[in-house]
Design a binder for this molecule. Structure first.
Ligand code: UD1
Length: 424
């Protein structure tokens, strides 16, 4: 198992490129199942979750060619299996995103039921109820969701989502684009990754109105064609590096970053004391050596503050002046990093879903363990600003979401290396 070994105390300074978005790459790869002709995707990040999604399509018989620049050609017409097996789904919950496209295009799909995960129970009931509203018959058998479309295919439907769900909106959108008639999705999630997926579907020939709003109107079409599509930059990766720079009192310039997808985060970073400048495809942040000020955060669906950025802000608050609270409203168990941060000398107490973070002058290095993707990013930030050498274990979590993390941090002046830990 790999570890990251980080010598703390660096002030981040420099420029890096932001990779393509994992969370928009995953549904867009699933959307290739809808195309009657080959799709060409570019700007996909080289990450474990992306290769898992490609493996999932491959094991169903889909023909995929990946070149050295991660430009991916997908020809889904060779599909001959309609099952997403447990072995792959258990490693990545986003595998559920093949359900909608497979049902819409082929009228059947068996997808292993995704279990809970470290940050919460994460049900998929809304995905299933939405597909049932479009006429699908669904039953759960042997740990699998077994779904079939009615004679003649899925039918357009009006569906209200009682919880704002990113994956649910994506699955139902992908199902609706090939359904017969009109679908309306109410209280839809409007994360930028959904906009990216919708733009890709439109480029394939889909008819979607209300893109970027919580009211999507989809007019089903007969068929969709393959197209060339470049995945949007990863806003959470961008936010993570900005937060790391702020915590280290440093400065950073991100290239291939879209400020308009990060407004809530940039606003908070300004409150922290950062000077921020933005351009069409870049963001820069400068703390001018100042200590950050603690801020209060409350997560909520887009455009509010993203849950995927809260643990990084917990790390930032840990070394800030004053006290800040971080309240999580999306997932029930997303303060996994708190105990590890406290082992590094942070002063954080938990009250329900709120972390109360009293800033300390400095953190101290300690061996720590990553427990989920974003929690591990917060440990990396803490390690960068701590005194001494921190070993972050179980970094396969980090590798799920951060392409070339050590190369990028080295470019920013951080002393970081990867090593293999002895098996216990
Ligand atoms: C996606 C992101 C994840 C992010 C999350 C919230 C991907 C691959 N992952 O996850 O990084 O943290 O959005 O922004 O894009 N829920 C239900 N029933 C359902 C579906 C969801 O109750 O059928 C609940 C979940 O338990 C959770 C909330 O809705 O409490 C939001 O989850 P959702 O938006 O669906 O998250 P994901 O799509 O899994």
């Amino acid at each position: 198992m790999d570890q990251l070994i980080i010598q703390g105390g660096a002030t981040i300074s420099g420029e890096i490129n932001i990779s393509g978005s994992k969370n928009s790459g995953l549904p867009i790869i699933a959307a290739t199942l809808l195309a009657s002709t080959p799709m060409y995707l570019s700007n996909l990040p080289q990450l474990k979750d992306i290769t898992t999604m490609l493996s999932l399509l491959r094991c169903m018989g889909v023909d995929i060619v990946v070149d050295e620049k991660m430009r991916v050609e997908v020809n889904s017409s060779t599909i001959n299996e309609f099952e997403a097996p447990y072995d792959l789904v258990k490693t990545m919950r986003a595998s559920i995103l093949v359900l909608g496209p497979m049902l819409a295009r082929y009228g059947k799909a068996d997808v292993s039921f995704p279990g809970g995960c470290a940050i919460g129970s994460r049900p998929v009931d809304i995905h299933l109820r939405g597909l049932e509203a479009m006429g699908a018959e669904i039953h759960v058998d042997g740990g699998y969701i077994r779904a079939t479309a009615p004679e003649g295919g899925l039918r357009g439907a009006h569906f209200f989502m009682d919880t704002v769900t990113v994956g649910g909106t994506e699955n139902l959108l992908m199902a609706a684009v090939l359904a017969k008639g009109t679908s309306t999705l109410e209280n839809a999630a409007r994360e930028p990754e959904i906009v990216d997926l919708a733009n890709c579907l439109v480029a394939m020939g889909a008819k979607i109105e209300g893109i970027g709003t919580d009211h999507l109107v989809i007019e089903g079409v007969e068929r969709l064609e393959g197209c060339e599509y470049s995945i949007m930059p990863d806003r959470i990766e961008a936010g993570t590096y900005l937060t790391a720079a702020a915590a280290s009192r440093g400065s950073i310039k991100l290239k291939n970053a879209h400020a308009d997808t990060l407004e809530a985060v940039l606003l908070k970073l300004e409150e922290v004391g950062a000077d921020i400048e933005i351009g069409e495809d870049w963001i820069s942040l400068d703390m001018h050596g100042r200590r950050p000020k603690a801020v209060n955060i409350r997560t909520a669906p887009y455009p509010a503050f993203p849950t995927d950025m809260q643990s990084q802000f917990t790390a930032l608050n840990s070394v800030s002046e004053g006290t800040g609270t971080v309240s999580e409203t999306i997932f029930e168990n997303r303060h996994l990093q708190v105990h590890e941060l406290n082992r590094m000398g942070a002063n954080i107490t938990l009250e329900g879903n709120t972390a109360i973070v009293r800033g300390v002058e400095r953190l101290n290095a300690a061996p720590v363990m990553a427990s989920d993707l974003r929690a591990s990013a917060s440990l990396v930030i803490a390690a960068i600003v701590a005194e001494g050498e921190t070993v972050v274990d179980r970094i396969y979590h980090v590798d799920r979401g951060y392409e070339c993390i050590e190369e990028k941090l080295q470019q920013l002046g951080v002393n970081i290396r990867r090593a293999s830990s002895k098996k216990t």
